[in-house]
Design a protein around this ligand. Structure first.
Ligand code: NAP
Length: 298
């Protein structure tokens, strides 16, 4: 008789809430001990509505766990020099534990220069080359929030990764590349055999079909279909897209994976929304707490 196959939907919203509850409890304890709280600063340049929404939700989430949050807003015409000066002030401000510069920045500002200007000890986005380098050689560092969120989901769902074949779809600096490194490290989760795919990969389906764990960060709505996935694979969908739909709002949010199609085959799968997305902010807050604790030798 065939065993009945079940699919577990990974509840990122629930896990993100648990992570935030844990941070909140820890921050409350810190306040009791020394009357200080972690402080996160977000810099936003220009009036991009999506960036404003992201920053507002980071600010709200920080406050909800007792982390002090400030947003420095600058007009789109702000020069690179002015922005770098602001970063220099924040870098040496002992009251500030974490600094994020919301991307994208206006075209006249060099993003790499800005990221490299942030004090690596306050770089809670984990984008600074020093933090990326430390991650690669397995030293303690800030791991950027989205990859950290994926690893946390695998950990909390006790998904076996050791010796598994993990295929990462996408090689961006902020998602695909760091995840390929993290999954290959001598850690748990980790210890996987990793293949990284990108737009120049030939015969993509034959590779994705070998994946025990398939991480999709490709930036293409509902790209991954059931015929690209092995029976029983763990499927992690990092993508977020707004596509037109006959809903009240006129759109719906989907990922890089065709959820209805692929969930028939997957053993575990993250939905969009409600999978990886909620974890990103939770892990950013976690990095801010880590920075505070490091500063106070806690
Ligand atoms: P990205 O910078 O656009 O990178 C996409 C990657 O996918 C690139 O490496 C690209 O290859 C590869 N790719 C594109 N089309 C492909 C194809 N047909 N076959 C194989 N590979 C292909 O995207 P990203 O910043 O990593 O983001 C990926 C997705 O995650 C997006 O939907 C984004 O919105 C979402 N995201 C979500 C969160 C969150 O909090 N949940 C955070 C960040 C991003 P090349 O390198 O060859 O161009």
């Amino acid at each position: 008789m065939n065993k009945i196959k079940t699919t577990t939907i990974i509840d990122g919203k629930l896990i993100a809430k648990k992570v935030k509850d844990e941070i909140k409890a820890e921050v409350a304890g810190l306040i009791d001990n020394n009357d200080q709280t972690p402080h996160l600063v977000a810099i936003i340049v220009g009036e991009d509505p999506a960036s404003e929404t992201y920053v507002a939700s980071k600010e709200k989430a920080a406050r909800s766990v007792g982390i002090t949050s400030s947003v420095y807003k600058y007009p789109a015409e702000t020069t690179e020099e002015e922005l770098l000066k602001t970063i220099e002030f924040i870098n040496i401000d002992d009251e500030i534990d974490g600094l994020i510069v919301q991307l994208p920045l206006p075209d006249h500002i060099n993003v790499n220069k800005v990221i490299e200007h942030i004090n690596p000890d306050k770089d809670v986005d984990g984008f600074h080359p020093i933090n990326v380098g430390k991650m690669v050689i397995g030293q303690p560092s800030f791991i950027s929030a989205t990859p950290a969120g994926v690893m946390e989901l695998l950990k909390r769902y006790k998904i076996e990764t050791e010796g598994k074949h993990c295929v990462v779809l996408g090689r961006s600096n902020i998602v695909g590349s760091p995840l390929s490194i993290l999954m290959s490290k001598k850690t748990n989760p980790g210890n996987a055999t990793v293949t990284i795919c990108h737009s120049k990969t030939i015969d993509l389906n034959s590779i994705t079909k070998q994946a025990d764990i398939l991480i999709c960060a490709i930036g293409s709505p509902q790209f991954v279909k059931a015929d690209m996935v092995k029976d029983g694979a763990v499927v992690i969908d990092v993508g977020i897209h707004r596509i037109p739909a006959e809903t009240e709002k006129g759109y719906k949010i989907v990922g890089d994976v065709d959820f209805d199609d692929v969930s028939r085959k997957a053993s575990f799968i993250t939905p969009v929304p409600g999978g990886v997305g909620p974890m990103t902010i939770a892990m950013l807050l976690n990095n801010t707490l880590l920075s505070f604790k490091k500063k106070h030798n806690i």
